[in-house]
Design a protein around this ligand. Structure first.
Ligand code: NAP
Length: 283
Protein backbone atom coordinates (compact mmCIF):
# COMPACT_ATOMS: atom_id res chain seq x y z
CA UNK A 1 0.00 0.00 0.00
CA UNK A 2 1.55 3.33 -1.12
CA UNK A 3 1.32 6.65 0.70
CA UNK A 4 -1.77 7.76 -1.21
CA UNK A 5 -3.54 4.45 -0.58
CA UNK A 6 -6.28 4.20 2.03
CA UNK A 7 -7.82 1.59 4.21
CA UNK A 8 -11.31 1.19 2.72
CA UNK A 9 -14.19 -0.91 4.06
CA UNK A 10 -16.90 -2.26 1.75
CA UNK A 11 -20.19 -3.45 3.26
CA UNK A 12 -22.15 -5.59 0.78
CA UNK A 13 -20.68 -7.81 -1.93
CA UNK A 14 -23.60 -8.19 -4.31
CA UNK A 15 -23.02 -7.50 -8.00
CA UNK A 16 -22.29 -3.82 -7.40
CA UNK A 17 -20.48 -4.04 -4.05
CA UNK A 18 -18.10 -6.67 -5.46
CA UNK A 19 -17.37 -4.42 -8.46
CA UNK A 20 -16.63 -1.48 -6.14
CA UNK A 21 -14.30 -3.57 -3.98
CA UNK A 22 -12.59 -4.96 -7.10
CA UNK A 23 -11.90 -1.47 -8.47
CA UNK A 24 -10.44 -0.37 -5.12
CA UNK A 25 -8.15 -3.40 -5.02
CA UNK A 26 -7.11 -2.66 -8.61
CA UNK A 27 -6.06 0.83 -7.52
CA UNK A 28 -3.93 -0.59 -4.72
CA UNK A 29 -6.14 0.34 -1.75
CA UNK A 30 -6.16 -1.78 1.38
CA UNK A 31 -9.68 -3.24 1.24
CA UNK A 32 -11.61 -4.97 3.99
CA UNK A 33 -14.97 -6.45 3.01
CA UNK A 34 -18.05 -7.69 4.82
CA UNK A 35 -21.03 -9.51 3.38
CA UNK A 36 -23.95 -11.37 4.95
CA UNK A 37 -22.94 -14.39 2.85
CA UNK A 38 -19.13 -14.46 3.34
CA UNK A 39 -18.52 -17.03 0.58
CA UNK A 40 -19.13 -14.28 -2.00
CA UNK A 41 -15.88 -12.64 -0.87
CA UNK A 42 -13.75 -15.48 -2.29
CA UNK A 43 -12.61 -13.86 -5.58
CA UNK A 44 -11.81 -10.59 -3.75
CA UNK A 45 -9.81 -12.38 -1.05
CA UNK A 46 -7.79 -14.00 -3.86
CA UNK A 47 -6.96 -10.48 -5.05
CA UNK A 48 -5.77 -9.31 -1.63
CA UNK A 49 -8.90 -8.14 0.21
CA UNK A 50 -9.37 -9.05 3.86
CA UNK A 51 -12.62 -10.51 5.18
CA UNK A 52 -14.26 -8.88 8.19
CA UNK A 53 -16.29 -11.17 10.42
CA UNK A 54 -18.65 -8.35 11.39
CA UNK A 55 -19.72 -4.98 9.92
CA UNK A 56 -17.93 -3.28 12.86
CA UNK A 57 -14.64 -4.95 11.89
CA UNK A 58 -14.91 -3.54 8.34
CA UNK A 59 -15.82 -0.15 9.79
CA UNK A 60 -12.44 0.35 11.40
CA UNK A 61 -11.32 1.56 7.93
CA UNK A 62 -10.59 5.23 7.04
CA UNK A 63 -13.73 5.26 4.91
CA UNK A 64 -16.57 2.75 4.49
CA UNK A 65 -18.65 2.25 1.35
CA UNK A 66 -22.00 0.52 1.76
CA UNK A 67 -23.86 -1.09 -1.12
CA UNK A 68 -26.73 -3.31 -0.01
CA UNK A 69 -29.98 -4.07 -1.77
CA UNK A 70 -32.19 -1.54 0.06
CA UNK A 71 -32.07 1.05 2.85
CA UNK A 72 -34.19 -1.24 5.04
CA UNK A 73 -31.65 -4.05 4.81
CA UNK A 74 -28.80 -1.57 5.17
CA UNK A 75 -29.76 0.36 8.32
CA UNK A 76 -29.15 -2.45 10.87
CA UNK A 77 -25.79 -3.12 9.16
CA UNK A 78 -24.81 0.57 9.41
CA UNK A 79 -25.82 0.74 13.05
CA UNK A 80 -23.78 -2.38 13.80
CA UNK A 81 -20.82 -0.97 11.85
CA UNK A 82 -20.80 2.61 13.19
CA UNK A 83 -18.06 3.79 10.77
CA UNK A 84 -16.09 7.05 11.06
CA UNK A 85 -16.78 8.06 7.47
CA UNK A 86 -19.61 6.56 5.42
CA UNK A 87 -20.29 6.76 1.68
CA UNK A 88 -23.68 5.17 1.16
CA UNK A 89 -24.04 3.78 -2.38
CA UNK A 90 -27.30 1.89 -1.81
CA UNK A 91 -30.13 3.20 -4.01
CA UNK A 92 -33.10 4.80 -2.29
CA UNK A 93 -35.41 7.79 -2.13
CA UNK A 94 -34.35 11.33 -1.13
CA UNK A 95 -36.24 10.93 2.17
CA UNK A 96 -34.40 7.71 2.98
CA UNK A 97 -31.06 9.40 2.27
CA UNK A 98 -31.99 12.34 4.52
CA UNK A 99 -33.01 9.93 7.30
CA UNK A 100 -29.62 8.19 7.13
CA UNK A 101 -27.93 11.62 7.15
CA UNK A 102 -29.84 12.45 10.37
CA UNK A 103 -28.85 9.13 11.91
CA UNK A 104 -25.21 9.72 10.85
CA UNK A 105 -25.18 13.21 12.38
CA UNK A 106 -26.54 11.88 15.67
CA UNK A 107 -24.02 9.00 15.65
CA UNK A 108 -21.04 11.25 14.81
CA UNK A 109 -20.55 9.63 11.39
CA UNK A 110 -19.28 11.80 8.49
CA UNK A 111 -21.77 11.12 5.70
CA UNK A 112 -22.00 11.28 1.94
CA UNK A 113 -24.82 9.73 -0.06
CA UNK A 114 -24.04 8.43 -3.55
CA UNK A 115 -25.88 6.97 -6.52
CA UNK A 116 -24.26 4.91 -9.24
CA UNK A 117 -25.32 5.66 -12.81
CA UNK A 118 -23.64 2.56 -14.23
CA UNK A 119 -23.79 -1.22 -14.24
CA UNK A 120 -21.18 -3.20 -12.26
CA UNK A 121 -19.14 -3.84 -15.44
CA UNK A 122 -18.75 -0.06 -15.89
CA UNK A 123 -17.26 0.53 -12.42
CA UNK A 124 -13.72 1.83 -12.55
CA UNK A 125 -14.21 3.57 -15.91
CA UNK A 126 -14.80 7.31 -16.50
CA UNK A 127 -18.11 6.40 -18.21
CA UNK A 128 -19.50 5.50 -14.77
CA UNK A 129 -20.99 8.71 -13.42
CA UNK A 130 -21.43 8.53 -9.65
CA UNK A 131 -23.37 11.39 -8.10
CA UNK A 132 -22.83 12.44 -4.49
CA UNK A 133 -24.59 14.69 -2.00
CA UNK A 134 -24.26 15.50 1.69
CA UNK A 135 -21.07 16.75 3.32
CA UNK A 136 -18.93 18.45 0.67
CA UNK A 137 -15.98 18.43 3.07
CA UNK A 138 -16.19 14.65 3.38
CA UNK A 139 -16.70 14.28 -0.38
CA UNK A 140 -13.55 16.33 -1.07
CA UNK A 141 -11.54 14.45 1.55
CA UNK A 142 -12.50 11.08 0.00
CA UNK A 143 -12.29 12.18 -3.63
CA UNK A 144 -9.14 10.09 -4.26
CA UNK A 145 -11.06 6.93 -3.32
CA UNK A 146 -14.24 7.93 -5.16
CA UNK A 147 -12.33 8.68 -8.38
CA UNK A 148 -11.31 5.03 -8.53
CA UNK A 149 -14.97 3.96 -8.84
CA UNK A 150 -16.01 6.26 -11.69
CA UNK A 151 -16.46 9.94 -12.41
CA UNK A 152 -17.50 11.61 -9.12
CA UNK A 153 -19.98 14.50 -9.40
CA UNK A 154 -21.09 16.44 -6.31
CA UNK A 155 -24.70 17.67 -6.59
CA UNK A 156 -25.44 19.39 -3.27
CA UNK A 157 -25.20 19.53 0.52
CA UNK A 158 -28.74 18.20 0.95
CA UNK A 159 -28.11 14.45 1.34
CA UNK A 160 -31.28 13.69 -0.64
CA UNK A 161 -30.08 15.37 -3.85
CA UNK A 162 -28.14 12.42 -5.27
CA UNK A 163 -31.23 10.20 -4.90
CA UNK A 164 -33.36 12.87 -6.57
CA UNK A 165 -30.95 13.00 -9.53
CA UNK A 166 -30.91 9.19 -9.62
CA UNK A 167 -34.68 8.83 -9.84
CA UNK A 168 -34.86 11.64 -12.43
CA UNK A 169 -32.24 9.96 -14.60
CA UNK A 170 -33.97 6.60 -14.16
CA UNK A 171 -37.21 8.23 -15.32
CA UNK A 172 -35.39 8.93 -18.59
CA UNK A 173 -33.92 5.44 -18.78
CA UNK A 174 -37.16 3.58 -18.15
CA UNK A 175 -39.16 5.80 -20.52
CA UNK A 176 -36.55 5.25 -23.22
CA UNK A 177 -36.52 1.50 -22.65
CA UNK A 178 -40.32 1.31 -22.67
CA UNK A 179 -40.39 3.32 -25.92
CA UNK A 180 -37.79 1.03 -27.46
CA UNK A 181 -39.67 -2.11 -26.42
CA UNK A 182 -42.86 -0.65 -27.90
CA UNK A 183 -40.95 0.09 -31.13
CA UNK A 184 -39.52 -3.45 -31.28
CA UNK A 185 -42.99 -4.92 -30.72
CA UNK A 186 -44.47 -2.69 -33.43
CA UNK A 187 -41.90 -3.41 -36.16
CA UNK A 188 -41.92 -7.02 -34.97
CA UNK A 189 -45.57 -7.36 -36.01
CA UNK A 190 -44.25 -7.34 -39.59
CA UNK A 191 -41.31 -9.63 -38.94
CA UNK A 192 -38.58 -7.00 -38.45
CA UNK A 193 -36.00 -8.45 -36.08
CA UNK A 194 -34.26 -6.57 -33.22
CA UNK A 195 -30.98 -7.08 -35.11
CA UNK A 196 -32.39 -5.28 -38.16
CA UNK A 197 -33.98 -2.49 -36.15
CA UNK A 198 -31.26 -1.79 -33.55
CA UNK A 199 -28.84 0.19 -35.79
CA UNK A 200 -31.60 2.54 -36.99
CA UNK A 201 -32.91 2.89 -33.43
CA UNK A 202 -29.46 3.65 -31.98
CA UNK A 203 -28.79 6.40 -34.52
CA UNK A 204 -32.25 7.87 -33.84
CA UNK A 205 -31.68 7.73 -30.08
CA UNK A 206 -28.44 9.72 -30.54
CA UNK A 207 -30.33 12.33 -32.61
CA UNK A 208 -33.05 12.59 -29.93
CA UNK A 209 -30.34 13.05 -27.30
CA UNK A 210 -29.21 16.10 -29.27
CA UNK A 211 -32.61 17.73 -28.59
CA UNK A 212 -32.12 17.76 -24.80
CA UNK A 213 -30.10 20.98 -24.39
CA UNK A 214 -32.67 23.01 -26.39
CA UNK A 215 -35.58 21.52 -24.42
CA UNK A 216 -33.74 22.43 -21.22
CA UNK A 217 -33.31 26.03 -22.40
CA UNK A 218 -37.02 26.29 -23.23
CA UNK A 219 -38.02 24.88 -19.83
CA UNK A 220 -35.60 27.23 -18.04
CA UNK A 221 -36.87 30.33 -19.89
CA UNK A 222 -40.55 29.34 -20.12
CA UNK A 223 -40.40 30.51 -23.76
CA UNK A 224 -41.95 27.66 -25.77
CA UNK A 225 -42.00 29.37 -29.17
CA UNK A 226 -40.78 26.97 -31.86
CA UNK A 227 -39.81 27.02 -35.50
CA UNK A 228 -38.95 23.30 -35.38
CA UNK A 229 -42.03 21.27 -34.47
CA UNK A 230 -45.24 22.23 -32.67
CA UNK A 231 -46.97 20.11 -30.04
CA UNK A 232 -50.16 19.68 -32.12
CA UNK A 233 -48.17 18.08 -34.98
CA UNK A 234 -46.52 15.73 -32.49
CA UNK A 235 -49.87 14.89 -30.90
CA UNK A 236 -51.26 14.03 -34.33
CA UNK A 237 -48.31 11.67 -34.84
CA UNK A 238 -48.89 10.15 -31.43
CA UNK A 239 -52.56 9.52 -32.32
CA UNK A 240 -51.35 7.71 -35.46
CA UNK A 241 -48.97 5.63 -33.33
CA UNK A 242 -51.78 4.61 -30.95
CA UNK A 243 -54.09 3.77 -33.88
CA UNK A 244 -51.40 1.76 -35.72
CA UNK A 245 -50.37 -0.10 -32.55
CA UNK A 246 -54.00 -1.11 -32.05
CA UNK A 247 -54.39 -2.08 -35.72
CA UNK A 248 -51.23 -4.21 -35.56
CA UNK A 249 -52.59 -5.97 -32.49
CA UNK A 250 -50.18 -4.78 -29.79
CA UNK A 251 -50.73 -2.92 -26.51
CA UNK A 252 -51.21 0.85 -26.69
CA UNK A 253 -50.15 1.31 -23.05
CA UNK A 254 -46.86 3.12 -23.70
CA UNK A 255 -48.01 5.71 -26.30
CA UNK A 256 -51.44 6.11 -24.63
CA UNK A 257 -49.84 7.65 -21.53
CA UNK A 258 -47.99 10.19 -23.66
CA UNK A 259 -51.05 10.89 -25.78
CA UNK A 260 -53.10 11.73 -22.71
CA UNK A 261 -50.37 14.11 -21.52
CA UNK A 262 -49.93 15.82 -24.91
CA UNK A 263 -53.71 16.21 -25.30
CA UNK A 264 -53.95 17.84 -21.87
CA UNK A 265 -51.18 20.29 -22.80
CA UNK A 266 -52.99 21.16 -26.05
CA UNK A 267 -56.25 21.68 -24.13
CA UNK A 268 -54.32 24.07 -21.87
CA UNK A 269 -53.35 26.13 -24.93
CA UNK A 270 -49.92 24.76 -25.85
CA UNK A 271 -50.77 23.34 -29.31
CA UNK A 272 -48.59 25.84 -31.17
CA UNK A 273 -45.78 25.56 -28.63
CA UNK A 274 -42.74 23.27 -28.55
CA UNK A 275 -42.95 19.83 -26.87
CA UNK A 276 -41.08 21.37 -23.92
CA UNK A 277 -44.39 23.03 -22.93
CA UNK A 278 -45.71 19.62 -21.79
CA UNK A 279 -43.72 20.18 -18.60
CA UNK A 280 -46.46 22.61 -17.52
CA UNK A 281 -48.88 19.64 -17.37
CA UNK A 282 -46.36 17.38 -15.64
CA UNK A 283 -45.83 20.02 -12.98
P1 NAP B 1 -27.42 -7.66 -5.35
O1 NAP B 1 -26.44 -8.28 -6.29
O2 NAP B 1 -28.78 -8.27 -5.24
O3 NAP B 1 -26.73 -7.62 -3.90
C1 NAP B 1 -27.49 -7.25 -2.77
C2 NAP B 1 -26.58 -7.11 -1.57
O4 NAP B 1 -27.39 -6.79 -0.42
C3 NAP B 1 -25.79 -8.39 -1.22
O5 NAP B 1 -24.57 -8.04 -0.63
C4 NAP B 1 -26.73 -9.02 -0.18
O6 NAP B 1 -26.08 -9.93 0.69
C5 NAP B 1 -27.14 -7.78 0.58
N1 NAP B 1 -28.35 -8.01 1.39
C6 NAP B 1 -29.61 -8.19 0.95
N2 NAP B 1 -30.45 -8.34 1.99
C7 NAP B 1 -29.69 -8.25 3.11
C8 NAP B 1 -29.96 -8.31 4.50
N3 NAP B 1 -31.22 -8.50 4.95
N4 NAP B 1 -28.94 -8.16 5.37
C9 NAP B 1 -27.69 -7.96 4.92
N5 NAP B 1 -27.34 -7.89 3.62
C10 NAP B 1 -28.34 -8.03 2.72
O7 NAP B 1 -27.66 -6.12 -5.68
P2 NAP B 1 -26.67 -5.11 -6.44
O8 NAP B 1 -26.95 -5.17 -7.89
O9 NAP B 1 -25.29 -5.31 -5.93
O10 NAP B 1 -27.26 -3.72 -5.92
C11 NAP B 1 -26.84 -3.15 -4.67
C12 NAP B 1 -27.29 -1.69 -4.65
O11 NAP B 1 -26.66 -1.01 -5.75
C13 NAP B 1 -28.81 -1.52 -4.83
O12 NAP B 1 -29.28 -0.50 -4.00
C14 NAP B 1 -28.93 -1.15 -6.29
O13 NAP B 1 -30.08 -0.35 -6.57
C15 NAP B 1 -27.65 -0.33 -6.50
N6 NAP B 1 -27.27 -0.27 -7.91
C16 NAP B 1 -27.10 -1.41 -8.62
C17 NAP B 1 -26.79 -1.34 -9.98
C18 NAP B 1 -26.61 -2.57 -10.82
O14 NAP B 1 -26.53 -2.45 -12.05
N7 NAP B 1 -26.48 -3.74 -10.23
C19 NAP B 1 -26.66 -0.07 -10.60
C20 NAP B 1 -26.80 1.08 -9.82
C21 NAP B 1 -27.12 0.97 -8.49
P3 NAP B 1 -26.02 -11.50 0.31
O15 NAP B 1 -24.88 -11.63 -0.68
O16 NAP B 1 -25.75 -12.16 1.61
O17 NAP B 1 -27.35 -11.87 -0.28
Amino acid sequence: MGESQKHVGVLGLGRMGAALAGALLGAGHDVVVWNRSPLKAGPLLDRGARLAATPAEAASADVVLSCLSTYDTQQPVLEAASPKVLVNLTSGTPEQARDVAKWAASAGVEYVDGVIMAVPQGIGTPAAQILYSGSETTFSAQRDVLEVLGKPIFVGEDAGMAALYDLSLLAMMWSTMAGYLHALALVGTEGVTPEQFAPVASAWQAAVGGFLPRIGEQVASGDYATDVSALDINAAGLAMLVETSRAQGISTAVPAVLRELFDRAIAAGHGAHAIASVIEEIR
